[in-house]
Ligand binder design. Sequence first.
Ligand SMILES: [Zn+2]
Length: 123
Amino acid sequence: MISKEIVRFAQKQGASIIKIEDLKSIRSMKKLWKRSDRNINSWAFFDLEEKLTYKAQLAELEVVKVNPFKTSQECSNCGNVVKKNRRGSLYTCSCGYKKNADVNASFVISTRSSNEEKAITAT
Ligand SMILES: [Zn+2]
């Protein structure tokens, strides 16, 4: 159970919020799951999201959806968005930052505020 593991990990880290990509496009979903399971389809992601939200509630954790726009191109260290910084599975930035591209994208997501937070700031 992936959802169980995510909740357990968050608790271990002392986190109160779990941020997930707000995946509305099937394309990015496929990209996300390509390596772990070729047969997975869009239903599987929504199923995971549902289970994760449910398990997180039981653990009194909040699940926040974050805009995944260009997370894979953004440097989690300096905030630069450069497409060519990502080469395959490695992210290398001119600021000297170098990390696994997926790990970098996860850091970017964790620092990004939710769509709702943005909406509140806008009003
Ligand atoms: Zn950088």
